[in-house]
Design a protein around this ligand. Structure first.
Ligand code: PRP
Ligand code: MN
Ligand code: MG
Length: 178
């Protein structure tokens, strides 16, 4: 499994430090507000699990399952809601948590969709951002790392549903997806 990884881009320790930093900012900014954290499945699963355990204010957690990539390495631009929220978010302060923003098409669709539901505010937290690849503008309030345009996996991020369990973010060898 690790043999398919060309290079460790972000170590477990680098990620843990950043998670703590982001969680502290979020805890300050959302203090006193009804916070609803929404993890975007499946990729954000690992990040959101670590992040919420470092947030020191009350919150609720829900998930949406969204998929645009399927098994391809390219975004299709077609976004499907595979699982919706369990409850109404009207009046809540929503924090959407993503593992990575690439073209921005997933979040552009998702934030538009959530906006129509009457949340008091919607902010975005992403661990990784590939700004070079952006097709839709996204306002990101909480960002872990900008990364180069390489095919990354691990810490929740898959290629064809594999590698999500790697504890670090690594760059996949070309052979692994060709
Ligand atoms: C990946 C990733 C983001 C999205 C980013 O999800 O987890 O959600 O793509 O790409 P974009 O900015 O170009 O839209 P994917 O659709 O692969 O589903 P998954 O989270 O279940 O792996
Ligand atoms: Mn995803
Ligand atoms: Mg994926």
């Amino acid at each position: 499994m690790y043999n398919d990884v060309k290079e460790v881009l972000l170590s477990e320790e680098q990620i843990a430090d950043k998670v703590l930093e982001l969680a502290q900012l979020i805890s300050e900014d959302f203090a006193g507000k009804p916070l609803m954290v929404i993890g975007v499945l499946k990729g954000a699963n690992v990040f959101v699990a670590d992040l919420i355990r470092k947030i020191s204010i009350p919150l609720e957690l829900d998930f949406m399952a969204i998929s645009s990539y399927g098994t391809s390495t390219q975004s299709s631009g077609i976004v499907k809601i595979l699982k919706d929220l369990d409850k109404d978010i009207k009046g809540l302060h929503v924090l959407v948590v993503e593992d990575i923003i690439d073209t921005g098409l997933t979040l552009s669709y998702l934030t538009e969709n959530l906006r129509s539901r009457g949340a008091a505010a919607i902010e975005i937290c992403t661990l990784l951002d590939k700004p070079e690849r952006r097709k839709a503008h996204i306002d990101v309030k909480y960002k872990g790392f900008n990364i180069p345009d390489e095919f990354v996996v691990g810490y929740g991020i898959d290629y064809a549903e594999k590698y999500r369990h790697l504890p670090f973010v690594g760059i996949l060898k070309e052979e692994a997806y060709q």
